[in-house]
Design a protein around this ligand. Sequence first.
Ligand SMILES: [Zn+2]
Length: 476
Amino acid sequence: MAIELYSTLTRQKAAFKPLTENEVKMYVCGVTVYDYTHIGHGRTFISFDIIRRWLEARGYKVTFVRNITDVDDKIIRRAAERKVTCDELTAEFGKAMQDDMVALGCLPPTHEPRATHFIPQMLNIIERLQANGLAYQTESGDVAYNVRGFQGYGKLSGKDIDDLRSGERVAADQTKRDPLDFVLWKSAKPGEPQWDSKWGSGRPGWHIECSAMSCHYLGETFDIHGGGPDLIFPHHENEIAQSEGAHGKTFANYWMHTGPLRVMNKDGKEEKMSKSLGNFWTVRDAIAETDEKFGKGNGAQVLRFFLMRTQYRSPILFGPDLVVDAYQSLKRLYGAIAAVTPDDEALDWNEEHAQAFARAMDDDFNVPLAVASLFELANKVQAQKSPALARQLKKLGAILNILQGDPQAFLKGSTDGLDEAAIEAAIAARKEAKKARDFAKADAIRDELAKMGVMLVDTPQGTTWQRVLVSREGQN
Ligand SMILES: [Zn+2]
């Protein structure tokens, strides 16, 4: 059975055929590390993490490259503001980015190259472009890409080169031959990071790094190139122009992009997320807020589940209140594993829910549909008390990297403001009351706990408890 995937380049779904049988080479554009990652990064990187995990579950050996952009205007500006070197700034935020992605349950990439370690490879591509008539040095000393010289420009974004030209802002550098021409190499300015080159000292433009690093790790042609939706134009269009212009070969066979993320504001309005609108969510703030609601250590799991439940290409709306439903849903799944301990057998791919899960994932990584089969499984686990089905649930969850924590810890949720010893004492007192057939007292104890947001669950092994959300002021 083949995986069908949608390519931005062809605008349709087609059977995935890797260049080398049983191997997948994929490149996903990473983060410019001048600040903390935001929830949009989280959405994109969780999506590609799941794509990679599913390819691996299907038996492919996946080489996954995600770069770190560590030289750029924003980095230079921020480092100057904070009176640190660019290296210090990018070391700090590079580490923070890695920590955020691990917190969200993403596997580290196979390779995570930093742009500044690949300057010679970038210069090599620029030299080839110049030899092919696709790069020229401007009077200001920059080296620019000759967009008009590349036949396929606009094929990824579907933009027409003449429409683009009329929409182009006045170029900062008036010495470029065409306003569409983009910079491959910026001539050095005092106080900025710089490297020697045959065109004089300078630093790379943004786009060239991905052409250099993908070629280094994956070759001149590779299988999948991915990234966030804002990268289609101009970044990925320019990557194609550079790589295909230099090598004369198809760059990437499949182009995958996540859908856009919007934010639900406190007043219920949906907007683009931006710092200027005051609705900006860093991954760490979102985890902290979610932890506070659902219990320390649960926030990242809930966020991961929330961000994957929308098919990766669809637009997604984020808001702290919208996450509540993801928490309740994840609780239902954990509740099944808590009620019936999974057996130790291997995942059975022939079992009907596993088959439905696989069909959904093979269809362009349709996680919401795959998750629907997990809910069916959870219901059957509860109804049939089947350790075999509980194992299926947990092991399919492992492919998405959900449901792998301690179910009890998740279900107890936030213990803020709760005295766990007092709850255990109340549970013991209720057991005594039941034994003495004082059911009124037993019920009163249960109701009292419910008011505190503690729901008792009677199981054959005894009574456990879960945290339920009680509406507090200022919280839905
Ligand atoms: Zn890139």
